[in-house]
Write a protein that binds this ligand. Structure first.
Ligand SMILES: [Zn+2]
Length: 82
């Protein structure tokens, strides 16, 4: 392995520990819930989810779970959970 690739791998390891460097601007996830799977999207800082609860409330267990998983890597307008 050449030395420049070794340097990049070392940098990648360091970056992977520095979550604050990342900001998700869009995202699509298939979320396997307890009863069925749902499609969750983040676009322009706004969540969408295909579940019924989201349709009524604009947030749901799936979007709130993703907020926790992606803590520190979301635009502030996507942090909507109470
Ligand atoms: Zn949902």
């Amino acid at each position: 392995m050449n030395s420049s690739l070794i340097g990049k791998i070392e940098k990648a390891k360091r970056y992977a520990e520095e979550r604050h460097r990342l900001r998700f601007t869009s995202l699509t996830v298939e979320f396997q819930g307890e009863n069925s799977s749902h499609q969750v999207n983040l676009e322009d800082g706004r969540w969408r989810c295909s579940c019924d609860f989201f349709a009524g409330r604009g947030l749901c267990s799936h979007t709130m779970a993703l907020e926790r998983i992606l803590d520190g890597m979301l635009p502030k307008e996507a942090m909507v959970q109470p």
